[in-house]
Design a protein around this ligand. Structure first.
Ligand code: FAD
Length: 289
């Protein structure tokens, strides 16, 4: 973990672009609440193949114009270089300076793969097209990507994104803290040293968490599964357990030198906000870097 300690901590909150007016109004309230903790940036997801293109742009620009730096996610799968370049130009012209660059996952049966195959191709393309305009974030998988040929190949593929010009990374969520420490140690041995910020998934709905974790390859340890199962429909106990467990995990990560936290908010303020408060990070000036 030594290499991560040199980086300044940064904190960020991720949203998805709302589909309805009601969702937009709700996000405004969530955004105001989370802005109180003065995060370094917000980020907004992008549907693979451009399925949320306009909604992502609208959400990014509306958040950005309200005073907190906002990073659009951009995925290359199913997109042409021309359409990606158009988006990069738009973001540059609007003063956006950070992009989360991803491959994305096309729903089965939806169109062709596109001109860029992997996230490292997208990172290279962004650098070729936009130079140093953007700080480029990429995805990292402490428990390895579900489609990776094997763990070693996945580490090499992560290094490819860094070689192509990525500045920092955000991890897939995980509940096995040792997987993150191991991942960082392996990167250190490969001389790959960029900030790798843990992605934190608040627990609000057990069934959704199980379904999503199976898709993205995040393991829910047995003791957590058993505890959550025991609560059944008692959503208040699930929420409380999730907040306590994740606050403890975040504390251990930060104490060990993790360079910040990125919250997958699911467009809800309270779960992330409560974890934040439990960490006593309220006054950002008091954080010891
Ligand atoms: P890559 O880094 O390209 O890796 C994908 C797979 O290909 C891995 O198995 C890797 O080992 C392999 N691979 C990579 N490069 C090569 C190569 N050169 N040769 C051979 N194999 C290679 N998805 C969305 O659709 N929209 C979002 O907004 C979004 N946001 C996300 C944010 C974060 C922080 C994270 C962690 C994930 C996000 N995702 C999002 C999900 C992501 O798109 C999927 O996990 C996707 O399957 C992989 O994307 P990637 O950028 O990690 O791909």
């Amino acid at each position: 973990m030594q290499s991560q300690k040199q980086f300044k901590r940064r904190f960020s909150f991720e949203f998805f672009p709302p589909k309805t007016d009601k969702g937009r109004d709700k996000l405004q309230v969530v955004r105001d609440r989370l802005a109180e903790v003065r995060p370094d940036f917000f980020s907004v997801t992008y549907g693979a193949g451009g399925s949320t293109r306009d909604r992502t742009i609208d959400t990014v620009l509306s958040l950005h114009q309200q005073g907190i730096s906002t990073a659009p996610h951009l995925s290359c799968v199913g997109s042409s270089k021309d359409s990606l370049a158009e988006l990069l130009n738009l973001y540059r012209d609007k003063g956006i300076n950070r992009i989360v660059a991803l491959r994305g996952d096309l729903p089965s049966g939806m169109g062709a793969a596109g001109e860029l195959r992997y996230a490292n191709d997208l990172v290279r393309f962004i650098r070729e097209h936009s130079g140093d305009t953007f700080n480029i974030e990429v995805a990292a998988y402490p428990e390895f990507h579900p489609q990776a040929r094997n763990a070693e190949e996945d580490l090499k593929n992560f290094a490819r994104k860094v070689e192509a010009g990525a500045n920092s990374a955000i991890t897939q969520y995980f509940f096995n803290i040792d997987s993150y420490f191991y991942f960082i140690d392996r990167l250190e041995k490969m001389n790959v040293t960029i900030p790798v910020v843990p992605g934190i998934m608040p627990i609000v709905n057990y069934a959704n968490l199980v379904r999503f974790s199976e898709m993205c390859g995040a393991e829910i340890p047995r003791w957590i599964r058993k505890q959550l199962e025991a609560y059944g429909d008692d959503s208040e106990s699930i929420r409380q357990f999730g907040e306590d467990m994740l606050s403890e995990m975040c504390r251990k990560l930060l104490d060990a030198g993790a360079p910040g936290l990125h919250f997958y908010t699911l467009n809800q303020a309270e779960p992330s906000f409560n974890i934040w408060n439990n960490l006593n990070l309220g006054d950002r000036n008091k954080i010891a870097f």
